[in-house]
Each structure stands twice: as structure tokens, then as C-alpha cells.
Design a protein around this ligand. Structure first.
Ligand code: GDP
Ligand code: MN
Length: 383
């Protein structure tokens, strides 16, 4: 889950990292009131989950109520790289002596955490990495050892920051590493990390991606509440399904993420266009199957449905019974093609045979089933 900047700063603050005071608003007059409370100058900042807001005109300094009003009016509703601005973060402006870059993320290949620190902050870091890779100090951190103050100090020295920033940066980075690990983030990025003329170091921007699998051990309800999903994804999420909406017309249900991915590939191979990725996991019982069918049935683009199940621990006859029960509960708008294989596949197919019609077909292999599903979609006026 990606956080908005203001949430990222809230997250940072809960680990003792210095951020500027501010208020989040959705209306122009609330922005003005926030400016009055914070004291000028303030920065009016578009809250969208995309970088480069500054360049796009989504970050503006305001020295008076009238300026806040004008900027808020211009930025609310602005489209920044396809993201429409619905919220503003009004922040007390900072004086900047230097802008740096810092981040922690997982280096999967190295099986360690990776920290990046650069004296060239405030700008697009990919550009720095491409033009002047030596300007980024990298550090690998063993998750068991963690980041000690000593190592952090050596890292900061290597990055060549202003010596006035050393103490504050070491302190901030140790806290940022704690936020990243104890806070269960996949990414924390501060760009820019600033040094103020009076020698303080704090986070002027915040990019945070949290690990959704760790949600159960945190209070993330407020972050959850502002997540935007398309309607289908919302419906699937509410039913606890692993679902990704796509643009095609063949709805897909498979058990296991690997099989679901292969199913997308096979549908593509035979000239079709998948409408979604949906992994119903191991237990393909009637409830899960009914939920999956409901979600796909609610997608107006779907013209046919391909159910691809490989019986493993869940036996084919159980799956078949689940499907039959689910069909009794949900009125399906599109024809269904099923491929059932694996443990007790024959018993399963026998159960399905009683249901077969021109709206419910069984095919022995994945390719044949995909082909039939694609033909049915085309016949039903798909693309
Ligand atoms: P981004 O463009 O989406 O990365 O948005 P940032 O929050 O990083 O802001 C972009 C740039 O605006 C920063 O690099 C700063 O140069 C400038 N900026 C943001 N906040 C302040 C502030 O409080 N004071 C000053 N002087 N500049 C700011
Ligand atoms: Mn930034």
C-alpha cells in the first residue's frame, strides 16, 4: 500500500523523525484557514501518489491568505500524470540550506536491505543514478545486524554531506531505518531531506510503501481508508480475493497465483484478452467460488468466464461441488468454460457433466478451454 505524502510524514513522525507541521484539506477555504493557523509562509502541496509534483506545478509557496487561496484553487482538481488532486497538504515552509536524498528498500538479490544516500537531493534520483552514479552512497544492511550508529556515520561521511548536517542526518537515518523495519515498510524515501540554515535536518517529502501482509499487526485503518481501487478491485478486496483488474473480456478464475498467471498467458496465446487476474487460492469451496463468480459477473466487459482448476490438496470433486453450488447462488451473465485436472479430476468432471449446457462447458486441457472461452467471448460481441 502506497501512502500519500502527509500520511508518510505522519508515519515518520511516529518514529521520531522531524517533519514540518501541516494540515490536510480538501477545500480552498480550509486551505486558507490552515495557512492562518500555521503562519506564513506555507507550502501548498498536491497530495497525489506520483513523483515530480513540484515540476508539474503541484507545489507552491504562499506568503499570504490570498496566495494560499489562489494556489489551492489552481492545484485542487489538477491532473498530475493521470492523478487528479483531491487533497492538499498545507505545510509550514522551511528555509533550505541543502537538499539531500535518502531511502531504504529491500535488495532481493542480495537478501539484504539497501540504503541510498546522496548529497544531490531534491532532484529526480534516477537522473543522478544515470549521470553520476558515484554521487549516491550505497549501503547494504544485514537485517539481523541492523544499522548501527557507527556504520551510519561512516555512510553519511562517504556521501559527502555538509559537515553541519552529519549529526542530524545520522540521527534521522537511524530512525528512518527503524521506521522501515519495525514499521513494516517495503520502501521509505525522503527527497529532499533538508539541512536548514540553523543546522536542523528533517524530512521535507515522504514516499512510503507499506507491506500489506503486515497489516494485521499495525493500526493502518486510516491509511487503508484513502486507498483508491477500481470498483471491481474494491469488490474483490472486500471478499478477500487476490484480484487484479485488466482490460479484456475473458474473466479468469484459477487456483494458485502461478496457474492464474499461466492462464493469462494461454488466453493471450490463443488470441484472447483476459479481463482480470484472480487467484482463489487453495480452498476452492462453494463460498470462495461464488465470491469469485460474483466479482467477475459484476464486470460489464466480461463476455466469457474461464475457470481453470488444478486439484492438489483440494480435490477435484470438492471443487466441482463448490462450482455447482456457486452456480446455484449466482445468476451468471456470461458462458463458463471449465478445465479441471489433478487429484480426483475424473470424479469432478463427472459431477460437472450433469450441469453441462451451451452456457457451461468442460474442456480437458488448458489450451482447449482457453480457445473455447475466447471463441465464446468473440461470439458474444467481445472485441
Ligand atoms: P516532489 O516534486 O513531488 O518531489 O515534491 P517535494 O515535496 O519534494 O517538493 C519539491 C521541491 O519543492 C523541493 O525539492 C523543494 O525544493 C521545494 N520545497 C518543498 N517544500 C519547501 C519548503 O518548505 N520550502 C522551500 N523553500 N522549498 C520547498
Ligand atoms: Mn520529492
Amino acid at each position: 500500500m502506497d501512502l500519500f505524502e502527509y500520511q508518510g510524514k505522519q508515519f515518520f513522525a511516529s518514529f521520531g523523525i522531524g517533519v514540518s507541521p501541516g494540515e490536510v484539506v480538501t477545500e480552498v477555504e480550509d486551505a486558507v484557514a490552515a495557512g492562518e493557523r500555521l503562519g506564513y509562509p506555507v507550502v501548498v502541496k498536491a497530495q497525489v501518489q506520483v513523483g515530480g509534483r513540484g515540476k508539474a506545478g503541484g507545489i507552491k509557496l504562499a506568503g499570504s491568505a490570498d496566495e494560499v487561496r489562489a494556489h489551492a484553487l489552481a492545484i485542487l482538481g489538477m491532473d498530475i500524470k493521470g492523478h487528479v488532486v483531491e487533497r492538499l497538504w498545507i505545510e509550514k515552509a522551511s528555509d533550505i540550506a541543502a537538499e539531500y536524498y535518502a531511502s531504504f528498500t529491500l535488495d532481493r538479490a542480495a537478501k539484504q536491505h539497501l540504503g541510498l544516500l546522496s548529497a544531490r537531493g531534491g532532484v529526480d534520483i534516477e537522473g543522478v543514478a544515470a549521470e553520476e552514479p558515484g554521487a549516491i552512497a550505497r549501503i547494504h544492511i544485514d537485517p539481523v545486524e541492523g544499522l548501527t550508529d557507527e556504520r551510519c556515520r561512516a555512510w553519511v561521511t562517504e556521501a559527502g554531506l555538509d559537515p553541519a548536517a552529519t549529526e542530524g542526518t545520522v540521527d534521522l537515518l537511524v530512525k528512518l531505518y527503524r521506521a522501515y523495519t519495525e514499521g513494516d515498510a517495503d520502501l521509505v524515501e525522503v527527497n529532499p531531506l533538508i539541512l536548514t540554515p540553523d543546522g536542523r535536518v528533517h524530512a521535507l517529502d515522504a514516499k512510503v510503501t507499506l507491506d500489506d501482509n503486515a497489516a494485521y499487526r499495525h493500526e493502518w485503518a486510516e491509511y487503508e481508508a484513502t486507498q483508491r481501487r477500481d470498483d471491481r478491485e474494491q469488490a474483490a478486496h472486500a471478499r478477500g480475493l487476490q484480484y487484479v483488474g485488466l482490460d479484456g473480456d475473458v474473466g479468469i478464475i484459477a487456483n494458485g497465483a502461478g496457474l492464474a498467471m499461466s492462464t493469462l498467458d494461454v488466453v493471450n496465446q490463443v488470441g484472447g484478452d483476459p479481463a482480470n487476474f484472480l487467484d482463489i487460492g487453495g480452498g476452492a469451496n462453494a463460498d470462495v467460488m461464488a465470491s469469485a463468480l460474483e466479482v467477475i459477473n459484476g464486470d460489464p466487459k466480461v463476455r466469457s468466464i474461464f475457470i481453470n482448476i488444478f486439484g492438489g490438496i483440494t480435490r477435484g470433486d470438492e471443487v466441482a461441488n463448490g462450482i455447482v453450488q456457486a452456480l446455484g447462488r449466482v445468476a451468471i451473465a456470461s458462458p463458463i468454460v471449465i478445465r479441471l485436472d489433478g487429484t480426483n479430476a475424473e470424479q469432478g468432471r463427472e459431477i460437472l457433466r450433469s450441469q453441462e449446457s451451451d452456457r457451461f462447458l468442460s474442456r480437458p486441457t488448458m489450451v482447449e478451454a482457453a480457445r473455447t472461452a475466447v471463441e465464446l467471448a468473440a461470439a458474444a460481441g467481445g472485441r
